[in-house]
Design a protein around this ligand. Structure first.
Ligand SMILES: [Zn+2]
Length: 131
């Protein structure tokens, strides 16, 4: 009985994470829609004098958009893991990532141990010959 209770707690915690990911996704998609209509409107209004300012703003928007697209990919990846039932599993060692870590970083794909190993491998990559 006790383990069934724990399971249902875990499921609802995962549900919350999934819901927040879906919300993040719709936020980004809505923002993207606004951004598009904004861009069309400003393109019509733009004249020569505004061109430089406009360019700066466009660059900023494109950068934001790139980051959003990257986030969308990660969110979709996490959501497809939910449907496969593999969400929360470390991609390196296949242990379950701790719930606290997932709540703080819902897009995490590595457990803390593997992440630290990964980071120390990266930081000493200059000295290590891995290939
Ligand atoms: Zn791991």
């Amino acid at each position: 009985m006790k383990s069934a209770e724990n399971d249902s707690v875990l499921t609802s915690d995962f549900d919350l994470i999934k819901k927040s990911l879906l919300m993040q996704k719709s936020d980004i998609l809505n923002k993207h829609k606004e951004f598009k209509s904004l861009q069309t409107a400003s393109a019509k209004a733009a004249d020569e004098a505004d061109a430089v300012v406009q360019n700066l703003q466009d660059n900023l928007n494109i950068q934001l958009h790139e980051r959003d697209r990257h986030s969308l990919i990660l969110i979709d990846k996490a959501l497809s893991k939910f449907s496969e039932g593999s969400y929360g599993k470390c991609e390196a060692c296949e242990e379950m990532i701790s719930l606290r870590r997932l709540q703080a970083r819902p897009l995490a794909t590595l457990c803390i141990a593997c992440m630290e190993e990964n980071e120390s491998a990266n930081s000493s990559a200059g000295r290590n010959i891995l290939q």
